[in-house]
Design a protein around this ligand. Structure first.
Ligand code: SF4
Length: 239
């Protein structure tokens, strides 16, 4: 969906108000009951909503992002815009240089196009390993996942136990629609990635993300050469 074309109806305003209140309540409960808690801000539209809710409520929730080294320029601009808008410094985690160097030496700079196995190996070095460091010592983490985003996310709960990382995982926007996310962003003047205006509803690394056509699945532009069932980067593995 192109956010510029969003029509904010009274019904949409009402549903956003209800879900915003529910998300505020849940976030406050998570901060109270599961310290230390961290929010994995992937810089997507949903994550901008959560950033706004966490910062505005001054909740003691750390906010971090992963810089894979292959992000689009627009995403770096968004990191700078978020820092400026909210007066904070997003905590950025980078990959371990040795892991990335080994991948590139063995498989080439764009080796991730050659097979699902190599794509997942690149995602592991650039995303999964840094995520594990970011989650170390935390009791809970928060994500901006929504159930409607992908075939791999159907039935996504608000709360689940993350077996792989050994802590609670909360998805406060699990039941939000794409329109509700954008209505919140527009109504609250929240910064967002300029690529969303260019038919990029879901944005990851530059070489693994492309624009979609009207009517296509919102994650069709991510790893577009793979089957929908394999399209996760390993950050969100079902237990
Ligand atoms: S999305 Fe692409 S470039 Fe980014 S870590 Fe995964 S395979 Fe590598």
């Amino acid at each position: 969906m192109n956010p510029s074309l969003l029509n904010i109806t009274p019904e949409l305003t009402a549903s956003v108000a209800d879900k915003t209140q529910a998300a505020r309540t849940l976030l406050a409960e998570i901060a109270r009951d599961f310290p230390p808690v961290t929010f994995a801000n992937s810089l997507g539209a949903e994550d901008m909503v959560l950033t706004d809710l966490i910062v505005e409520a001054k909740l003691p929730i750390e906010i971090f992002s992963l810089d894979t080294g292959r992000l689009p320029l627009e995403t770096y601009d968004l990191i700078a815009a978020v820092d400026k808008h909210y007066g904070l410094k997003l905590k950025i985690y980078f990959p371990q240089a040795e892991e990335v160097e080994a991948f590139v030496r063995n498989h080439g700079i764009n080796g991730f196009y050659d097979s699902v196995t190599l794509r997942k190996a690149c995602c592991h070095a650039r995303k999964v390993e840094p995520l594990k460091r970011a989650l170390a010592g935390k009791r809970a983490w928060i994500t901006g996942l929504r159930a409607q985003q992908a075939a791999t996310r159907t039935g996504l709960p608000l709360r689940e136990y993350d077996e792989g990382n050994g802590l609670e995982k909360f998805n406060p926007l699990a039941d939000w629609t794409e329109k509700e996310v954008w209505a919140y962003i527009k109504q609250n003047g929240v910064p967002y990635n300029a690529l969303h205006e260019k038919f990029y509803p879901s944005i990851g690394c530059a070489p693994c993300t492309r624009a979609i056509s009207p009517g296509e699945d919102i994650r069709a532009g991510r790893w577009w050469w793979e089957n929908p069932e394999s399209k996760e980067c390993g950050l969100h593995v079902k237990g």
